[in-house]
Design a protein around this ligand. Structure first.
Ligand code: SAH
Length: 273
């Protein structure tokens, strides 16, 4: 199924994903059309398969990106302007790797949304940022602060320092203005995407979800077996439900490779999502 969707251009790939029912949301389709995978995948960008991006990581296959974006869409796309309680979207992409999905999520989050990509390998943080800077639209996202790439251990989520602490690229954006920091979950996330397989449903991540909020996270065996997509929903009252979905095979969420006492089990022979 997956391979049938490959195309000779970004437009052809997106059309094939659509025709094969692997992409079903018009909003996600439009975002896919606006982001050229060739800026993110170093090889075979229009094939519906994962590709290596170095450091044992892969850019996930287009059908997986489609699936993740569609699963999170309701919490990423902004509510129409006069909706009561509407506030700018805040989206976290853990294990941002190539930066492709980070860009797609930023396209979906609208003009006042903020998307933060977190990588534990600095070179991959830089790669995501470099890839995004290849297009004028990507550069605008970076320059405005609507999209940011950070280095950190994604298992702990991410708490963005306040603009008053002088973090470059953060100040001045509406979503980070002092007024926007008020409220119990002002610094939390409407949607969290995790692009690597966690060993558990980290409570720290659940606690960083806004109410309402949603997380898409592969969880399971580090050898690549018994991994499943879990969707964690927090409703407006803060009640959490966890739902197990389909089986997958993702690169594991690990300690930084080579770190003192660190552990990393990347296996380049495995087929990843
Ligand atoms: N969404 C990315 C997927 C990259 S593969 C893409 O499609 O391009 C998974 C990524 O998770 C790798 O880049 C890896 O470096 C990162 N990763 C693994 N463990 C991590 C951790 N503890 N914290 C942050 N990132 C991590």
């Amino acid at each position: 199924m997956a391979w049938r969707s490959s195309g000779s251009s970004n437009a052809a790939l997106v059309e094939n994903l659509w025709t094969n029912g692997l992409l079903t949301s018009p909003a996600v389709k439009a975002a896919f059309q606006r982001v050229d995978r060739a800026h993110y995948a170093p090889s075979a960008p229009y094939e519906d398969s994962p590709q290596p991006i170095g450091h044992g990581a892969t850019i996930s296959a287009p059908h997986m990106h489609a699936n993740a974006a569609e699963a999170l869409l309701a919490l990423v796309a902004p509510a129409p302007a006069p909706a009561p309680g509407r506030r700018p979207r805040r989206v976290l992409d853990i294990g941002s790797g190539s930066g492709y999905l980070t860009h797609v999520l930023a396209e979906l989050a609208g003009e006042d949304g903020v998307v933060v990509g977190v990588e534990h390998i600095e070179a991959l943080r830089d790669l995501g940022e470099r890839n995004m800077a290849k297009s004028p639209e990507g550069r605008a996202l970076l320059e405005s602060g609507r999209c940011r790439f950070r280095v950190g251990d994604g298992r702990k989520g991410w708490v963005e320092p306040s603009p008053r602490e002088g973090v470059p690229g953060v100040g001045g954006h509406a979503a980070e203005a002092p007024g926007a920091q008020q409220g119990a979950d002002a610094g939390g996330w409407d949607a969290i995407h995790v692009g690597a397989a966690a060993e558990e449903l980290h409570e720290e991540l659940v606690s960083q979800l806004r109410a309402p909020g949603r997380m898409f996270i592969p969880v399971g065996g580090k050898e690549g077996w018994d991994q499943y997509i879990w969707t964690v929903d927090k409703d407006a009252d803060g009640n959490v439900t966890r739902k197990r979905g389909y089986g997958v095979r993702y690169v594991p969420l690990t300690d930084v490779p080579g770190a003192a006492g660190g552990r990393c089990d990347y296996d380049s022979d495995l087929y990843y999502e």
